[in-house]
Design a protein around this ligand. Structure first.
Ligand SMILES: [Zn+2]
Ligand SMILES: [Zn+2]
Length: 140
């Protein structure tokens, strides 16, 4: 499921090697920045969903570090009022939200939960170890 991280020059065909487990900068801001771009480009989606009465951020898309597909449900700790089910798309801008007052954002920290083993993972588990923050929106 891994893809080359750089455009391939014509001629040379480098082998597709899965990126190693991220031990260098798993909490770097650039992953958050890249996740934001993925959201904008539709390569990742973030919604707030309600699972058994508990609000959670539902994340689907490409990991900003390893490009593998991740499908995560991250419970939100800050519970807001109301029992509404669905909610925003996660890509409206904060400015828009502040103007209209109709969208609220929650920042959630996501740790890659892809199903690919990455070399060097100290837990010999799955995921690349990279964490990033994204804003998910909800409408009242
Ligand atoms: Zn990853
Ligand atoms: Zn991965």
């Amino acid at each position: 499921m891994s893809q080359p991280r750089e455009p391939v020059e014509h001629g040379e065909q480098p082998p597709v090697v899965p990126v190693p487990f991220n031990t260098t900068d798993p909490f770097a801001m650039k992953w958050t920045d890249r996740a934001f771009d993925l959201l904008k480009n539709g390569k990742m989606s973030a919604h707030i969903v309600t699972v058994e009465g508990i609000k959670a951020a539902r994340i689907d898309g490409s990991c900003p570090y390893c490009d593998d597909q991740i499908h995560l449900t991250e419970p939100l700790t800050a519970i807001t009022q109301g029992s509404d089910g669905f909610l925003g798309r996660g890509i409206a801008s904060r400015d828009e939200a502040e103007l209209t007052g109709s969208v609220r954002f929650q920042d959630v920290t996501i740790t890659c939960g892809c199903n690919e083993p990455h070399a060097g993972d100290p837990n010999k588990s799955t995921g690349c170890g990279t964490s990033f923050r994204i804003s998910v929106s909800e409408t009242p």
